[in-house]
Each structure stands twice: as C-alpha cells, then as structure tokens.
Design a binder for this molecule. Sequence first.
Ligand SMILES: CC(C)[C@H](C(=O)O)[C@@H](O)C(=O)O
Ligand code: SF4
Length: 476
Amino acid sequence: MSDNNNPKSLFDKLWERHIVVPETDESPAVLYIDLHLVHEVTSPQAFSVLNERGLKVRRADRTIATLDHSTPTLPADKNGELPYFTAEAKSQVETLIKNTAEHGIELFGMGDPRRGIVHVIGPELGATQPGKTIVCGDSHTSTHGAFGALAFGIGTTEVGHVLATQCVLQRKPKSMRVTFEGTLSSGVGAKDMALAMIAQIGAHGGQGYAIEYAGEAVRDLSMEARMTLCNMSIEAGARSGMVAPDEKTFEWLDGRDMSPKGEAWTDAVKDWASLATEEGAKFDKEVVVDAANIRPMITFGVSPDAAGAVDAIAPTPKTDPELHAAEYMKFEAGRPFADAIVNRVFIGSCTNSRLSDMREAAMIMRGCKVSKGVIALVVPGSEAVKRAAEAENLHKIFLDAGAEWREPGCSMCIGMNGDQGAPGELVVSTSNRNFIGRQGTGVRTVLASPATAAASAIEGRIADPRPYFENKKESA
Ligand SMILES: CC(C)[C@H](C(=O)O)[C@@H](O)C(=O)O
Ligand code: SF4
C-alpha cells in the first residue's frame, strides 16, 4: 500500500509487483509472468528452440494452450476428418498437440469443451485475474487488461524465453490514462468507444504507453465490453490497456474453474480491491474522450484510425496514404457511408465474439432476414460461448435469418483457416484489423460493432443500428 504522498496507478502497482531484476540504463527489467497463454501460430519455433537446447518448460502449471487461428469452423466430415485449409494449418495444430504433450502443458484441443480463441478462454476459465502479468505470443493479449491485469503480446523469441524462464525482459512503458467522460447513448457500445478513441489519438497515438481506461462510461461497461475496449488498445499502438478491477470484475470471476475458492477467494478479492489507481496518481499522458457524443462507428480506410460515424459521409482524402486507402476501399468522398453495398458480414473474433456480442447481434437479427446477396458468418469465440448462445436459442435466430452459425475460432478475423472474403468484396466485420488483404486478397474490411454488423447484414448496406434499438424498445 502506498501513502498519500506517493499515490500510485494500477499500472505502477502491477509493474512493481512483478520486477525480478529492476531496469537500468543498460538493460530492461526482468519481469515475472504469472500466466502464459499459447496458441498454435507463434509457438512452434519457440518450442523448437527449447527442444534444440534441451530446456524444460519452467512452469507448465502457469501455461495454458489452445487452438484457435488455424482451426476450421466447419465440422468434421463423415470420416471424422476436419477440413483444414492448408497442410500448414494442420501441421500447426499437430505441432502444438505434440509440444504441449511433451512438456506437460494443458491444451484445450479440438473437441475440448473449454477450447476457444485464446483471449476469450483465459477470462472465461478464470485464469485471467486482477493483479497478474499475462503474456501470449499474440498482439491482442491486451484484452486481459480488462480485469486489472498487466497483459501484453510478445514475439516468438520471447515466447521461448517465457517457456524456459517464466520471465520476460521489458522496459517500463510510459503511462496514459484515457478518460471517457459522460455516458453512452443507446445503440453505442465498447467497440464504438474504441474506434472513436483510435480515430482521436491515431493508430500510433498509444505507442510506447500502457493505457488505463477510466471514467463513467468505462465503469458502466460490462466485463465483456471492457474486454472489447482493452482488446483494441493495440490498434491505437499501445501494447496494453487496462481497467481497474471492481465489483463487476469480482462478480464475473466468482466460481469460475480457475478462480480462487473459499478463503483464498476472500483474500484475493481483498488484494484485488487494493489495485485501483489512487487519487492524484500521475500519468505521462492524459486523454479525454467525449463518450456522450460517440455515435456508432465504422472504419472507411485500411488502418483502424480511419474511423467515422456510421451516419456520416466519406471524407476527402488529404494525404497520399489516405488517397490510396480511399481508392482501395472505394468510398467516394462526399457520399454517405450508408450508400455502400455490403457483400459479407463477419460477427466474431477476440474483439466481439462473447455471449453479449452474440446477444446484441441476435437482438437485431431476430425476425429479420439477411439481405439477398449477403453472406453472414456468426462465429462464437469459444465452445463455452457457443453452448451458452445455443442454450438461449440465439443460433436459431441467426439460422432463421439466413446467417451461418459456425464452430469457434479466429475465423474471418485473419482468414488463416480459410474463412475469407472474395476479391473486391466489402466485408463488415466485428474484428479489429482492416489491413489490406487481412480477410482475403482484395477484400475491403469495414470494422464495426456487432449491432452495426448485424444491421448491415439485414439491410445489405452499411447500416446505423440505432433504429433497431428504438424499435425493440417499443415492442418490448
Ligand atoms: C497470429 C498472431 C501472431 C497475430 C497477432 O499477434 O495478433 C494474430 O492473432 C492477429 O490478430 O493478427
Ligand atoms: S481473433 Fe483475430 S485478433 Fe484475435 S487472436 Fe484471433 S486472429 Fe488475432
């Protein structure tokens, strides 16, 4: 605990608790890692290095592995064969199965009811907890910061370091507080907050910083929505984003498989409650976002900061990269975004594939039909989300509307499993990256919330979800 003369931020506390060797001018700090998450794409090389050098995994009990990026979202065929996209995808999966078995690491593999996108299952299992340092060879590890953890992505070389030593070398980032002032209006959610913030500070605005999200609109968010917000921190250039743990956090974690139990739970909650940023704590940078005026957001370019309100008109490009992006995306300056014809819709990814996202999309699609000519894919983030959604019959709503209901995984967020759009198609996607070719060669990606994506699927154009919220309210 700090005294009032030295008020500390959540980030300071998390950092200090994990220093094994302090940082000097010559060398970064050695930081202890509480939880290491592993998936099939960034781990093979790391395990190879370990095996070549005859090293063991230091703490297999603090390491969990899942299969998500390369896994098919279509079921096995008659012979029980999964339809892998490429030999490489299949090999990544087989390699992780082999490596985890050899090193005694728990793997949530195909058919395991706990499998899912790495950033969805960590929290779901209760493995993600306040106060922890969490790493994964994956940039969207920032998602776990929603619980008041210091969570960041690492490279494959570092994955090897963590496997072997349970530590990473890190320079302490600068701190930034992003305060969302006011409350959100109906039909606006965490995805819109993230895109509005990134549009405001830029895709590099958070570079070199650890972000803490604060303010009334953040406190009001559910845990799932906080995960959406923290997930997108990386798209603002920051490696981590976090929210101070509170009653909502504790309630969400209570009773989960890996959450502490009994007396250990009581002690943990007491400790977690002491982590919040103290009054007067200093940040290297303060940013204020006007939450009350955020409208549903979409991206119109090829970087997540090219974002605007769904009911706005396409801006006139000012720079060469903007011109290039506008040519690629085919948004004509001065015309409403809502004029753009949509070919495909993807509802999923570690940004927006949790139960609340499924519910939001289903609320909009209930009793409606996906527009003719639009292919809509709904991909739950985990087996648990899939089960929970099916228990509420959400899958029926999607199927009745003419959308596809798939098996959990990263799917069209990155297309590594073969779920991709066709060249030239406009895809409204609830994922986090609109880079050229991310969802398939020549695909034009528009990032949006589940509500906006669902509304766009129905209307066949980029659509404002707000009228649906009004109508459902009236008919409720
Ligand atoms: C495959 C993996 C290395 C990558 C990442 O680190 O983010 C992926 O998850 C992504 O979203 O682009
Ligand atoms: S869902 Fe997308 S962003 Fe998330 S881990 Fe998978 S590929 Fe990366």
